[in-house]
Design a protein around this ligand. Structure first.
Ligand SMILES: NC(=O)c1ccc[n+]([C@@H]2O[C@H](COP(=O)([O-])OP(=O)(O)OC[C@H]3O[C@@H](n4cnc5c(N)ncnc54)[C@H](OP(=O)(O)O)[C@@H]3O)[C@@H](O)[C@H]2O)c1
Length: 336
């Protein structure tokens, strides 16, 4: 291998704005230690929300001090390995999901942390950790059942489009919320029972009129008024899972004054539950294998957004693009 150096994106300072926090650096390519593999990343998944919060210093469970590495999931090819590594060969396609392992051309990790996949295609990046988060949030936190009404916000996004299909596969009536006609078309393909484009229909009115008994399970990624409307429409014993609040990432948090949330929850015996994948790590391997099986057997359709981002330098623009809400499916960046 002739390559001597490689590029990665680091957060060199904390900043409200992702672009202002990061810089591209070029560093020497290391040699893998005995139990490690060296991977040439081909594609990485963009997690614009998490990236922005990280660079603002607003992710309390990691509390990183700059400079630190960025990016999480990547799919790539094994290019070298240490002498103790027996279960990989040069050329194997692998996915990795280590924090700091995504936004770089090469990475070295312990061989046990690499997951073999069939090909280095970007589609597998919809599954882990994104799809895994959707599965674990629905099942473990949302206690997903069958024959219930399930509502998914940001339903045509990277996380949402997997959640929609898992809720359908479990035998539920699924409502998908989205913000454009292109996303409506994608959600039709996924078999959503009711699609609400919040730019052309009023979410609260539709839910009150068409679902007077409320929603049993809500997969909520957006926050602000969408969250308020969702809480307002929970069924008796309904569960709302908070996956995120993307409408407030990169902004100062809105201060609200209204009666405390227990007034809404108590009379419905409903609940609002937070979900954060790092706190549910023990479910990851089974969920990942199940998703890979669903994908390879054609039971799960996965969508990668069509907008092309090429190279480490394009990542800040990809993050901005994701936060602009235009994407359909998972946003990825391609390397080389
Ligand atoms: N808790 C966890 O462990 C975990 C794991 C994975 C993801 N997440 C969360 O899941 C959510 C989705 O993440 P993702 O990476 O898959 O992104 P994504 O859904 O592919 O893209 C974000 C989508 O959010 C929607 N959105 C609604 N209001 C928005 C606003 N004001 N600004 C920007 N976007 C807005 C947009 O779709 P519409 O306009 O169609 O609504 C946009 O396409 C995020 O909140 C993320 O933090 C959480």
């Amino acid at each position: 291998m002739n390559t001597k150096t490689y590029k990665k994106l680091i957060a060199s300072q904390l900043n409200e704005n992702f672009k202002s926090a990061v810089e591209v650096v070029e560093i020497a390519l290391p040699q893998p230690a005995a139990s490690q593999v060296l991977i040439k990343n081909k594609f990485a998944g963009i997690n614009g929300g998490f990236d922005t919060l990280l660079c603002r210093g607003d992710v309390p469970y990691v509390n990183l001090i700059p400079p630190f590495d960025l990016g999480v999931e990547a799919v790539g090819e094994v290019v070298a390995m240490g002498e103790d590594v027996k279960n990989f060969q040069v050329g194997d396609a692998v996915v990795t999901t280590n924090r700091g392992g995504g936004y770089r051309e090469y990475q070295i990790i312990d061989a046990n942390s690499a997951i073999k996949v069939r090909e280095t295609t970007p589609e597998v990046l919809t599954l882990m950790p994104t799809g895994v988060s959707a599965l674990v949030a629905l099942e473990q936190v949302g206690e997903m059942k069958s024959n219930e009404v399930v509502l998914v916000t940001a339903a045509a996004g990277g996380t949402g489009h997997i959640a929609v299909q898992l809720a359908k596969l479990a035998g539920n009536h699924v409502i998908g919320i989205c913000g454009s006609e292109a996303k409506v078309q994608l959600l039709k393909e996924l078999g959503c029972d009711r699609i609400i484009n919040y730019r052309t229909e009023n979410l609260g009115q539709v839910l009150k009129q068409e679902y007077p008994n409320g929603i049993d399970l809500i997969f909520e990624c957006v926050g602000k008024q969408v969250f308020d409307t969702c809480v307002d429409n929970l069924a008796v014993r309904g569960r709302l899972v908070v996956l995120g609040f993307i409408s407030e990432y990169g902004k100062n948090l809105e201060q609200v004054t209204q009666p405390r949330i227990y007034h809404q929850l108590f009379w419905q015996a409903a609940s609002v539950r937070g979900f954060l994948m790092p706190h549910y790590q023990e479910y990851m391997p089974e969920a990942r294998d199940r998703l890979l099986n669903l994908f390879y057997s054609g039971k799960l359709k996965v969508f990668v957004d069509q907008r092309q981002f090429l190279g480490i330098e394009s990542i800040p623009t990809a993050v901005e693009y994701l936060l602009s809400g235009q994407n359909c499916g998972k946003v990825v960046v391609k390397f080389e």
